[in-house]
Design a protein around this ligand. Structure first.
Ligand code: NAD
Length: 275
């Protein structure tokens, strides 16, 4: 069941496959999903303060008696909790809700201009105090990364960004790589719409795999980390069964051509402009 790990620039490693828990709300649904995910081999679990389900995720880990040392837990600072003191306080509460002593990865959920450096300084302090092992960002474009680098002591080791065949973001991926930042794809399945794409259906038939598996495999072969979400145990398992086949160069080229700059979420460049 062991999944591959990616090397982070700070010396730690991170599972390439993770399980996103956005919109998993009640305890029973959470428990079923987490049990299925752990059974399928997922070890990274991605939540956020804004998802309002850190407590349910923490309770699921406890009730299922999953060993903490086997888990890689990510949360993200909500927009309302940005700023130096707010970030420190909010992380204390996140740890309580998750019932853990330390986070494996803490991300700033979105770049917000007025609290930009204060929030990052708090993350640097939390890392120095070993309250979090690794620190990173989410929804940062090159402009945001460059701006952060002007004052940061530590560079982010992960940038979690929207990524799927309709929004492949190759230039940003290349920039992350150049900065030794691991790219982690959110909405790796484009929240469903991409699953009907005729080109992907053709490739899926060729490999006798589902379209979701083809898309996730495409991410892996580009070196990205992925955090697909489902609450259906059969799909949770399907989305983890992606380490036993390979896409060929023709498949990779065909999928690359599907890019159409189509987002499921906000455009960070538009919402958070660096002057
Ligand atoms: P996703 O691309 O993972 O799509 C999830 C949806 O696709 C499911 O709800 C289900 O309807 C469908 N699906 C999943 N597996 C399938 C399968 N095998 N076959 C058919 N349909 C399938 O989208 P997401 O939930 O938006 O993103 C995944 C995770 O990324 C979230 O849970 C969250 O952890 C993270 N995320 C982060 C941000 C951010 O700003 N950092 C934003 C959105 C999501």
């Amino acid at each position: 069941l062991r999944q591959p790990n990616l090397q982070l620039a700070d010396g730690h490693t991170m599972p390439q496959l993770g399980f996103g828990v956005y919109k998993l709300a009640d305890q029973a649904t959470m428990n079923t999903a987490i049990a299925a995910a752990y059974q399928a081999g997922y070890r990274l679990f991605d939540t956020a303060q804004a998802y309002q389900n850190e407590a349910e995720l923490g309770t699921a880990f406890k009730q299922l008696a999953l060993p903490r040392t086997e888990l890689f837990i990510t949360t993200k600072i909500a927009e309302v909790n940005q700023g130096y003191d707010n970030t420190l306080r909010s992380v204390e509460l996140s740890l309580k809700r998750l019932q853990i002593e330390q986070l494996d990865l803490l991300l700033i959920h979105w770049p917000i201009h007025s609290q930009f450096f204060a929030t990052w300084r708090a993350l640097e302090r939390l890392k120095a105090e070993k309250i979090v092992r690794s620190i990173g960002v989410s929804n940062y474009h090159q402009t945001h990364l460059d701006y952060l680098a002007t004052k940061a002591n530590e560079q982010p080791v992960v940038n979690q960004i929207e990524n799927h065949p309709y929004l492949s973001q190759e230039p940003l991926l290349a920039y992350n790589r150049k900065q030794h930042i691991v790219s982690q794809a959110w909405s790796p399945l484009g929240r469903g719409a991409v699953l009907q794409d005729p080109t992907l259906i053709k490739i899926a038939l060729k490999h006798q795999r589902s379209v979701a598996q083809i898309i996730l495999r495409w991410h892996l072969q580009r070196g990205l980390a992925v955090i697909p979400k489902s609450q259906n145990p059969q799909r949770i398992n399907e989305n983890a069964t992606i380490f036993d086949f390979k896409l060929d160069a023709d498949d990779m080229t065909a999928i690359a051509r599907l890019n159409r700059y189509q987002r499921t979420g906000d455009d960070p460049e538009v919402v958070y402009q660096i002057e």
